[in-house]
Design a protein around this ligand. Structure first.
Ligand code: PEP
Length: 247
């Protein structure tokens, strides 16, 4: 299985920075296509330009979110079809920042993932426990609930990806131990197999949370880690390229 390396730029970037970063990333990623699929998820306003600059490169473009509905009176939102039309292959859904700041529920995440699949996009369904949930010994319960409630019926084969992102590891510089990641990925993969009826090998789970050039190699080598979802480090060309090379 090719490792998938996704850069989530969040609400950062401008056209000049995006152009430079996209070309630098493409230069490295295009030499690693056998082992890694590289995806950039810029803010919605930059998706079209980025996809245009990346024509001829193997680097794919993704959205950071999409609406549940195909179109309509939803000021400020972006539809899955719009992302698809400008060249996206992927869309993140259920990122913990969407859950926290936009109060998205598991049902919202499932509906967004379903919309993405129906539109021909691959949703990257983000799940993960908070620090309080982990400290209370509830991490597996929370993940179990998210898996049951966020994966739509439409998820049948290679048309969706999961990203395990412990919320306390995002942007904090803290990461779980390798044993912890191994355990959680194993749990997520087996539960998802039961939930979807897919074989274990068909389930692709990325790890996300403070992945950097320095720890990427170790994290990507853990069994069950199908790639990484990278926030902060994806905004620094050298750092992100080291992660691609690790993959
Ligand atoms: C993220 O936002 O998905 C993320 C993993 O962020 P960071 O890499 O900065 O922890």
């Amino acid at each position: 299985m090719q490792k998938i390396v996704i850069g989530n730029w969040k609400m950062h970037g401008d056209p000049a920075m995006a152009h430079t970063l996209a070309l630098q990333v493409a230069d490295v990623a295009d030499k690693c296509t056998e082992k890694a699929e590289v995806v950039l998820c810029p803010p919605a306003i930059l998706v079209l330009q980025l996809a245009t600059w990346l024509v001829g490169s193997a680097v794919k473009t993704g959205g950071q979110d999409c609406h549940i509905q195909p179109e309509g009176a939803f000021t400020g939102d972006t539809s899955a079809a719009m992302l698809k039309q400008v060249g996206c292959k992927y869309v993140l859904v259920g990122h913990s920042e969407r859950r926290k700041f936009h109060h998205e529920t598991n049902a919202d995440v499932r509906n967004k993932a379903a919309r993405a699949i129906k539109t021909g996009l691959i949703p990257v369904i983000c799940i993960g426990e908070t620090e309080e949930e982990r400290n209370a010994g509830k991490a597996k319960d929370v993940l179990g609930e998210q898996i049951r409630e966020c994966i739509p019926e439409e998820a049948i084969s290679h048309n969706f990806i999961l990203a395990y992102e412990p919320v306390w590891a995002i942007g904090s510089g803290k990461t779980p131990t390798a044993d912890d990641i191994l355990l959680m990925h194993d749990y997520i993969i087996s539960l998802t197999a039961k939930r979807t009826g897919l074989d274990l090998e068909q389930i692709h789970v990325l790890y996300g949370g403070s992945v950097k050039g320095d720890n990427a190699r170790e994290i990507l080598a853990i069994e069950g880690v199908g790639g990484v979802l990278v926030g902060g480090a994806s905004l620094k060309s050298e750092e992100f390229c080291r992660i691609i090379q690790a993959a």
